[in-house]
Design a binder for this molecule. Structure first.
Ligand SMILES: C[S@@+](CC[C@H](N)C(=O)[O-])C[C@H]1O[C@@H](n2cnc3c(N)ncnc32)[C@H](O)[C@@H]1O
Length: 261
């Protein structure tokens, strides 16, 4: 294979984005310049990336970035690749509190930082803290920050002992440890994905501990699996009020918002 058209005809998965990445050409340029001959270096780089992609490495780990909401985020194998479903949490949080009102926000299990960084970028008046127990993920999140954010390492609420927040958000691990869906996710960190037999181990800890870290009337906002909403509402109902449920843009149950009593 020597020119762009040869590669486009190859049927390789993600070939157009891989070509765009290596040649720094837009999709339109790939079509209009389809007889462009790749240099030996370009060919070598592209062939190495095709091999990685064919071996199952997700495109975002090859490119090192993933778009989320209005920003591009660095991602590495230490971080989950941001999912579009998680944009729902941003929409809910932005609707919840007036833009110019100060807010103490905590994003737990921040991963690449998408929730904390996006909301801090949109709301310069908010004071944002982000935690993760993975040092590798926190390094990536720090590099993605566009504003001042406090990053702390530790398990769930342990790093913020004695602190309270107006809004706590988390997209925690919530996949059942035996779920066959995991067979397709072998390159992402397993500890970012699974949470015990029923997928609720981390959510139970968060729901139990969050009330001690919320200001009066403060909110907890959680992403969850499509079949977990009823069980999470039941867990929340012991200590929370005004429980609201949300579906994602594929009409699947995906998030809960609750206010502390
Ligand atoms: C599903 S990923 C979400 C990452 C990111 N917030 C996002 O939405 O893309 C869950 C994150 O929780 C972190 N995590 C897992 N167990 C944790 C724990 N016990 N304490 C804090 N963070 C944890 C993982 O390292 C991972 O970054």
């Amino acid at each position: 294979m020597n020119n762009i058209q040869d590669y486009l005809n190859s049927g390789t998965v993600d070939i157009a984005p891989l070509l765009s990445l290596v040649l720094k050409k837009s999709n339109v340029e790939l079509i209009t310049q389809s007889d462009y001959q790749l240099s030996p270096i370009e060919k070598q780089t592209l062939d190495a990336m095709i091999k990685q992609r064919t071996d199952g490495i997700p495109f975002s780990y090859i490119s090192g970035t993933k778009g989320f909401y209005h920003l591009d985020f660095k991602v590495t194998p230490d971080t989950l690749i941001p999912r579009p479903e998680t944009e729902l949490l941003i929409d809910i949080a932005l609707d919840l509190l007036p833009k110019n009102q100060p807010c103490q926000l905590l994003d737990m299990g921040t991963g690449s930082g998408i929730i904390a960084v996006t909301l801090a970028d949109k709301n310069p008046h908010w004071t944002v803290t982000a935690t993760d127990y993975s040092a590798g993920a926190l390094e990536v999140a720090k590099s993605n920050a566009t504003t001042q954010i406090e990053f702390l390492q530790g398990s769930w609420l342990a790093p913020v002992a004695g602190q309270t927040f107006d809004l706590i958000i988390s997209n925690p691990p919530y996949i059942e440890e035996e779920d066959s869906y995991l067979d397709d996710l072998t390159h992402e960190p397993i500890t970012a994905l699974t949470a015990g037999k029923d997928g609720l181990d981390d959510i139970r800890i968060i729901i139990n501990e969050a009330p001690n870290h919320l200001t009066k009337g403060g909110y907890l906002l959680l992403e969850h699996g499509h079949d977990q909403q009823a069980r999470i509402v039941k867990l929340l109902s012991k200590k929370f009020t005004n429980i609201q449920t949300f579906q994602d843009y594929n009409a699947k149950d995906r998030a809960v918002l609750a206010q502390v009593n």
